[in-house]
Design a protein. Structure first.
Length: 169
């Protein structure tokens, strides 16, 4: 009989980087198809700093060669350095309903002072809708035609940034 020794797959991790805003970061990359990312704050290839303390987080990328079954991995570090003034937790002054929804929903920001703007973006950070809102508007009816999934609404005024998650079925 004979024994075949296969080379480990070549795995290249992204460079270390810093996250300074509380927004999900898509770690996936077309050159790394088929591998998985793991570590604190990572789900389905997305690093979400929400709820994490400022600090360093080691992320592991693992790839298994489908032909040989050989596995290799590498590690990189994401440093979370988010300013304290950004509010990203569930904020009772913002109401989004219904949530989950079918792409049609209402943002109620009647408890937010001053002029504000909002943007809706997907988990990769692509902006789907961006709009300024006048001081007189208390709520906005939204109708977006997007695939089912998780999206984020970022509301910004002169004092703060508030980010909320929505789910489109």
């Amino acid at each position: 009989f004979s024994i075949t020794v296969n080379e480990l797959p070549i795995v290249t991790c992204p460079d270390d980087f810093t996250v300074e805003v509380n927004e999900p970061v898509d770690l996936t990359d077309p050159t790394h198809e088929g591998g998985t990312y793991s570590g604190e704050g990572v789900t389905d290839g997305i690093f979400d700093p929400d709820g994490l303390e400022n600090g360093e987080y080691v992320i592991t990328y693992t790839f298994t060669d489908p032909e040989t079954g050989c596995e290799n991995s590498c590690e990189f570090t994401i440093t979370v350095d988010i300013e304290v003034g950004i509010i990203t937790h569930k904020d009772s002054r913002i109401n989004i309903y219904p949530n989950p929804n079918n792409g049609m929903f209402v943002i109620d920001f009647s408890n937010i002072d001053g002029k504000l703007s909002y943007e809706i973006y997907d988990t990769k950070g692509s902006i789907i809708l961006k709009e300024d809102v006048s001081n007189k508007e208390n709520q906005k009816e939204i109708n977006i035609d997007v695939p089912a999934g998780v999206y984020f609404i970022r509301l910004v005024n002169a004092k703060e940034t508030i980010i909320e998650k929505i789910i489109v079925n």
